[in-house]
Design a protein around this ligand. Structure first.
Ligand code: FAD
Length: 497
């Protein structure tokens, strides 16, 4: 039963907890204008989990001259109610996600407020759409001023630590100036769908990617093929089966479905906080191993498929031939030949800057791992993908690749999946997103302060609020007939008795 009425009580509790922690800090960043135009402290692109938590973490540090934009309609940000097709999140319900260490901001507190303690105890995994409901509440409760329907079209970093961003929204196009831009633009934020070449060659009507808007109802009675063995492969296969597909064949290149979630399984505060400090070779080794092991699909997702007698798992089955045949796809693997009315590529996303026109100006300057002197991404089949990831600085900032640096590039921060090799998994998945958001916000606060040191120093010089009046003591060595101390100061403290 829904008891939304208790959410205002939770929101009052949240306000109290923030107040107890003296959050948010008072604004302290010096306002700037350029040619009469106000400059933002931060522009955040994307209002999914990463964008929202980054906005909140920055505001907690007193950085509130910010805008946060998302091209999606309100409440539709990210994958949760658009193309994600799992029944529940894979993450355990106990994770505190974007709560930034504030108890009343956790999913658990929100769930308890809505449904009661008994219902929380009964939750196994978090239902997918409920997670989106929680994120919508998070935004509301923290009053995060997201502007929906506003897209980033382009970025032009400038000298003097400024970035000009071209935005397009309901009111048309505008150019804004920001001291920092945070790209919280999602799993595919530096690229797009990864589509194998043999799939791309098929007529468009015969295939789809898992992130596409697929008309599953139209697949009733049809044969569906799915490439991949990850979570999305299972979710899409299950959705097709539940919509009455005649059969679903899953083609899996590996000889076995990965069973052990290595990196997530061993995660602990040491890994979350210490990964970033590792040497290059260790970072590569950890990420290679994790990718090569392959995160398994959740057990419940596999069972959601295998409970259908018309689901067929084909292991050790790379696609040798993929071609159109009589309005279907003809698929040949080492094990046999198959036909499908639709092939769904559950092949994930790639980092491929060429797929993001809004990053075209900065793309040639971004240093990737492969550009690091002496970097050897290794031999595994993931080496190329790892080499394409940006080599980020300690605040998720891009670094310049070449001898002719693009000024201001280091004021653009990559707070999305692509940061994983540099920072670990703190900028995409639920478990450690608060760690990432705080790391980002602290780094931006530090840079803003450092760059404003002249102003901040002048503020210190101008500060004149006395804490002592000068009448709290007497100089034991002063001559007895010396004039009395001048007590006309503005000190706030009372003279001790
Ligand atoms: C299908 C699926 C299931 C997942 N399940 C889990 C899970 O169970 N547990 C877990 O920990 N992680 C999961 N993840 C991984 C991760 O948690 C999600 O990808 C999550 O959405 C990441 O949050 P985000 O804020 O980085 O990106 P998103 O939620 O994708 O938000 C990015 C936002 O940026 C906006 N945007 C992009 N480009 C622009 C632009 N040019 N201008 C303006 N706005 C823009 C988009 O509209 C989008 O709303 C899943 C991912 C997927 C794809």
């Amino acid at each position: 039963m829904t008891t939304d009425l208790s959410l205002p009580i939770l929101e009052a509790e949240l306000r109290q907890q923030l107040d107890d922690l003296t959050l948010p800090a008072a604004p302290w960043v010096e306002p700037r204008t350029v040619d009469g135009q106000a400059v933002l402290d931060v522009l955040i692109v994307g209002a999914g989990m990463c964008g929202l938590s980054a906005s909140a973490a920055l505001r907690f540090l007193g950085i509130d001259r910010q805008r946060i934009v998302d091209r999606a309609p309100q409440g539709q940000e990210g994958p949760w109610v658009t193309y994600a097709r799992m029944e529940t999140l894979r993450s355990p319900k106990s994770l505190t996600g974007p709560a930034l260490d504030i108890p009343a901001l956790t999913f658990r507190a929100w769930h308890r407020a809505r449904f009661g303690e008994a219902a929380w105890a009964a939750v196994d995994k978090i239902p997918r759409t409920m997670w989106m409901d929680y994120l919508r509440w998070y935004r509301h409760a923290l009053d995060i001023p997201v502007e929906n329907g506003v897209a980033l079209l382009g970025l032009e970093p400038q000298a003097g630590g400024l970035v000009c961003a071209r935005l397009s929204g309901p009111g048309g196009e505008e150019r804004v100036l920001a001291r920092h831009v945070v790209l919280a633009n999602g799993r595919d934020g530096l690229g797009g769908k990864f589509i194998p070449a043999n799939v791309q060659r098929l007529p468009q009507a015969l295939w789809a990617h898992t992130s596409d808007d697929i008309d599953f109802a139209a697949l009733r009675g049809k044969a569906v093929a799915v490439i991949g063995a990850g979570a999305s492969a299972m979710d899409n296969a299950a959705t097709a089966l539940e919509n009455g597909a005649a059969r679903v064949d899953l083609f899996i290149r590996r000889a076995d479905i990965p069973r052990i979630n290595k990196l997530t399984g061993v995660s602990n505060p040491g890994l979350v906080h210490g990964y970033q400090e590792l040497e290059e070779a260790w970072k590569l080794r950890v990420m290679h191993y994790s990718l090569d092991s392959g995160p398994p699909p959740p057990r419940a997702s596999v069972l959601r498929v295998s409970r259908h007698p018309n689901a067929f798992f084909h292991l050790d089955s790379p696609l040798l031939t993929l071609e159109p045949a009589d309005g279907q796809v003809r698929i040949v693997t080492p094990k046999g030949e198959y036909r499908a009315d639709l092939l769904i590529a559950a092949t994930g996303f790639s980092v491929d800057l060429a797929q993001r026109p809004e990053l075209a100006t900065i793309a040639p300057h971004i240093r990737r791992w492969i550009d690091r002197p002496g970097c050897e991404p290794g031999e595994s089949r993931h080496a190329e993908a790892l080499g394409e990831l940006p080599d980020l600085g300690p605040g998720f900032e891009f670094q310049n690749k070449g001898p002719l640096p693009l000024p201001g590039l280091d004021h653009v921060h990559c707070f999305n999946y692509a940061a994983a090799l540099s920072h670990g998994k703190v900028s995409g998945d639920v478990p450690a997103v608060s760690v990432g958001a705080k790391r980002l916000a602290l780094a931006i606060a530090g840079t803003l302060f450092r760059e404003d040191i002249v102003v901040q120093y002048a503020r210190m010089e101008a500060y004149d609020k006395a804490e002592l009046a000068g009448d709290e003591w007497t100089d034991a060595d002063a001559p007895a007939d010396a004039p009395a101390a001048d007590n006309s100061s503005t000190a706030t403290g009372a003279r001790p008795a």
